[in-house]
Design a protein around this ligand. Sequence first.
Ligand code: SAM
Length: 281
Amino acid sequence: MSAIDDLPPLREVIRRHELSARKSLGQNFLLDLNLTARIARAAGPLDEVTVLEVGPGPGGLTRALLAEGANVIAVERDERAIAALNEIAAHYPGRLRVTAGDALTFDIAPRLGAGPIRVVANLPYNIATALLVRWLTVEPWPPWYDRLVLMFQREVAQRIVAVPGSKTYGRLSVLAGWRAEAKILFDVAPSAFVPPPKVTSSLVQLLPRVAPPACDRRALERVTEAAFGQRRKMLRQSLKQLGVDPITLLEAAGLDPTARAEDIPVEGFVALARALNPTFA
Ligand code: SAM
């Protein structure tokens, strides 16, 4: 039995269900109950909250979320883990819904009910950025979730929270900064995972902005792709590939044509996106 519930220890669950970690599924499990409790608390308070958890695996974080009072919708791609998760569901009647499937295509819309929804996950690193981009670009906006609390490789976490002028500032920082307020909550050493990954991880919180400045998301993607694709070049050069006169675009956005991508704050990129597609201004 474990300290937080009457369920068996995670190592036993892994052994019984033959859940040896698979690299192809980005499996680095958290078996330390103090750490999973710390993550759940950082995402809380969770009473009356429904949590979407991507990749529950053997269920360590899931159990911490349930113990903190959350109801959990869990989406797991590894069929081997489903039986283990159903044991947890039986222990918490009506509070854990397990879906076997791919989080990249999972549609939460039919499961939305009353009360806040929060996404909390120790993400599989091979699809972590793709999932974040998906959540940051959901329509309609404001989104169906009130917060994202997600574990990334630290290098990705630093790109998410980066500010202008830093080497890690890039397309992901602009998208995250446009739609959310992001911050790193704490770092987690490789030794906390089984098996340990090669890099340190960071837990990131993203609070969606209720009213981000209006612009066409695709235009924003196009300008950041062009600008950061040649980040050492001046914008008057790097924006040429957009197929419109860069000087006119930069003037309309009120930006210095000799500036470089990493000097431009989020609002500057929004202004460029509006200049590119004025129907959203
Ligand atoms: N939450 C568990 C923990 O903290 O110990 C496991 C985290 S592990 C880093 C990532 C989990 O995501 C694995 O259980 C893996 O099988 C699952 N996974 C990988 N790709 C997935 C996908 N496309 N959709 C849903 N789950 C996925």
